[in-house]
Structures are given as structure tokens and as C-alpha cells.
Design a binder for this molecule. Structure first.
Ligand code: FA5
Length: 341
């Protein structure tokens, strides 16, 4: 019995000195482990005289329960203290402090789109939205590209199980807008387009175009040239010249490729314009009578021009980005550096 008293006294001293979970665990092993002091005292029962065995057994068990209880309480206390300390040491984030990072900004394509929209809005054009998924009719037939027409090969796209397509060009909205507003009409309609393309620095499978259409009486190519020249001079912030070359698109007649004088070198030749002084910018033309007719507009009474600007490529020029894949890449660092140019 004296041995048991001594074990408890010794335990009490060590117990008070125990400050960490590791020390607490060492204490448990020292007293309750396989060769621990209490375990050894339990084993000792075999050497105790028979008439004292019962009292000894009760006492050593009491001691075991007492020490187990204290160690368990100590464990809970130390665990709580360790958790509190961890919380105190933790790096704190004050969500109310203004962020050190600079604020986000609009995407170069959006900025370019807004600039162009502002110019056309000031010239009385309305801005329309478009679908990304279109019927084959709107994307092809309504712009005079019937089934099996070779022009479909130039705009291979992604076909959905229900027969609809991811639109290949913003021209897919022409028919809807003609039917919605009738003539006369001045509208631009930017949108995301999709093509099954070989990717390179100037071709993406997902890119943006901005389409424009003006329909009225006595509209001619001169109107087209005037509006394009005004818009481009405003977006590039300097006077540019435009020129037209013949181009084929089934939905315009005549059709053109519009070039503008290089806004960087002013036409003298530089890396951007590949020393030619001109940049190929946007296909356009006078709307084909059949397309007007399909849009519910009488081609004998009205004429119109349409253009399909490559908005992604325009943004590249505007921000001096030399690879189109940067625009969809989502690398903020690259996009940010484009902003600072
Ligand atoms: C068209 O898409 C015609 N719908 C444009 C049009 C509208 C002509 C109205 C006449 C009247 P094109 O396939 O050339 O035409 O595309 C127009 C512009 O979109 C191109 O000049 C180019 O800037 C851009 N573009 C075309 N394909 C891609 C592509 N894969 N990646 C990035 N930009 C592209």
C-alpha cells in the first residue's frame, strides 16, 4: 500500500510539471503503459498475501482509474491550449482591408468592342445581341449559303445532336434583325463565333466578330467606305485611309475585302503591316438581294451594306498582342501587360 501512495505522490509532482501533449503522453506511458508503474503494481498482486489481495486489488485499481482520469483531463486541457495557440499564431486575413493587388479590368476584346460600339452609337446605329447556338438556316441558308454550297467548307463548325450549330459568323444574326426591325435599319451586332479551325497565331476556334448592317434607300458603297473610315480613325485615334479589294461572300454582291492604312506607321511600312503599309481588316459588301428578300425586305426598294469585322484581331492590333491564343488563354499576367502597352 505504501508503494501505491508513493506512485501517486510521484505522479502528482510530474503531473503538475506536464506542459505539452508530448509530455502528457510520456506520463501516460510511464504510469499506464505496458511496463508502466501502475501496470507493474497491478502485476505485483500475485506476490501479495492472500488475505490482503482484495484490498490491494481495490486500491491499485482505484489508483489506475484516478491516474487515467487525470491524464485524460490533462490531455483535453492541453489539446485546447494547443489549439488556442495555433489560432493565435495563425496568419490573419483582414477581409475589410483594401486589397494590395490592383483592381481587375475589362478584357482587351471588351474594351475594343466598347470603343467601336461608342462610335457606331454616335452615328445612330443600334446594338443587337446574338445567339451562340444558331439554326443551320440562320447561319447558312438565310445568308445565301444553301446546303452543299462550297462556301460551307470555309466555315466548318461544331454541329449539335439536334442539328443546330455553334455559329460561325455574326452574319447568322442578319436575318433575325432584318425581320425584327425591317427597313430602314442601322445595326451592329458583336458576338462570339466558333469554327473548326487549325489553330495558329491568328486563328482560334472561338473568336469574336462585330457585324454591321445599314439598309435604306439609295445606299451605296460610298456609305460603307464613310462609316468604316470614321469608325477606324476613331478606334485607332488617328486618320486612316481605307481601300477595297474584290472578295467573294455569297451574301454580298459586290463583295470586298477592306484594308486600312496601317495605323502604326501611317502607311510607310512596319512590322505590323508586314512593310506593305496596309492591313487587311474586314470583309464587307452590298447585301445580296436574295438575303434582303429572305429578311422580308424588298430589294427593289432598299439596298444595304454589311461588314463582318474580326473583333479579336482588331483587339490584337489595338493592344499589340501578336498571338490570338493569348485572348482566350486567361493568363492574367499576359493580358495585364497588353493593357499597359
Ligand atoms: C465572314 O465571317 C463573313 N461573315 C464576314 C462578312 C460579313 C462579309 C458581312 C461580308 C458581309 P470571314 O470568314 O472572312 O468572313 O471572317 C471575317 C473576319 O473574322 C476575318 O477577317 C477575321 O478577322 C475573323 N476571323 C475569321 N476566322 C477567324 C478565326 N478562326 N480566328 C480569329 N478570327 C477569325
Amino acid at each position: 500500500m505504501e508503494i501505491l501512495d508513493n506512485i501517486l505522490k510521484e505522479f502528482d509532482i510530474e503531473y503538475l510539471q506536464c506542459k505539452t501533449m508530448e509530455e502528457c503522453n510520456a506520463l501516460r506511458v510511464k504510469y499506464l503503459g505496458k511496463s508502466g508503474k501502475v501496470t507493474e503494481a497491478l502485476k505485483e498482486i500475485k506476490n501479495v498475501p492472500n488475505d490482503e489481495k482484495k484490498a490491494y486489488g481495490e486500491s491499485v485499481n482505484k489508483l489506475k482509474v484516478l491516474i487515467e482520469g487525470r491524464i485524460s483531463d490533462l490531455n483535453v486541457k492541453l489539446e485546447e491550449e494547443a489549439y488556442q495557440k495555433e489560432l493565435e499564431d495563425m496568419e490573419r486575413v483582414d477581409l475589410t482591408v483594401p486589397a494590395k493587388e490592383s483592381r481587375g479590368s475589362l478584357h482587351p476584346i471588351t474594351i475594343t468592342q466598347h470603343k467601336i460600339e461608342e462610335v457606331f452609337k454616335s452615328m445612330g446605329f443600334i446594338i443587337e445581341d446574338g445567339n451562340e447556338i444558331e439554326t443551320e438556316y440562320n447561319n447558312f441558308e438565310a445568308v445565301n449559303i444553301p446546303k452543299n454550297h462550297p462556301a460551307r467548307d470555309m466555315q466548318d463548325t461544331f454541329y449539335l445532336a439536334n442539328g443546330q450549330v455553334l455559329k460561325t459568323h455574326t452574319s447568322a444574326r442578319q436575318n433575325y434583325i432584318m425581320r425584327k426591325y425591317g427597313a430602314p435599319l442601322k445595326a451592329i451586332f458583336p458576338g462570339r463565333c466558333f469554327r473548326n479551325e487549325e489553330l495558329d497565331a491568328s486563328h482560334e476556334n472561338t473568336f469574336f466578330q462585330l457585324e454591321g448592317m445599314m439598309i435604306d434607300k439609295d445606299i451605296s458603297i460610298s456609305n460603307l467606305i464613310y462609316f468604316m473610315k470614321t469608325m477606324l480613325s476613331s478606334v485607332f485615334g488617328r486618320e486612316v485611309k481605307v481601300r477595297l479589294r474584290p472578295g467573294f461572300f455569297p451574301f454580298v454582291e459586290p463583295g470586298f475585302e477592306l484594308d486600312c492604312s496601317c495605323p502604326y506607321c501611317g502607311g510607310s511600312g512596319c512590322g505590323v503591316c508586314k512593310r506593305s503599309g496596309w492591313i487587311e481588316l474586314c470583309p464587307c459588301g452590298m447585301i445580296h438581294p436574295k438575303v434582303l428578300e429572305m429578311g422580308g425586305i424588298d430589294p427593289n426598294e432598299y439596298q444595304g451594306f454589311a461588314f463582318g469585322l474580326g473583333l479579336s484581331r482588331m483587339a490584337m492590333m489595338n493592344f499589340e498582342i501578336n498571338d490570338i491564343r493569348v485572348l482566350n488563354g486567361g493568363k492574367l499576367k499576359t493580358l495585364k501587360s497588353a493593357h499597359t502597352k
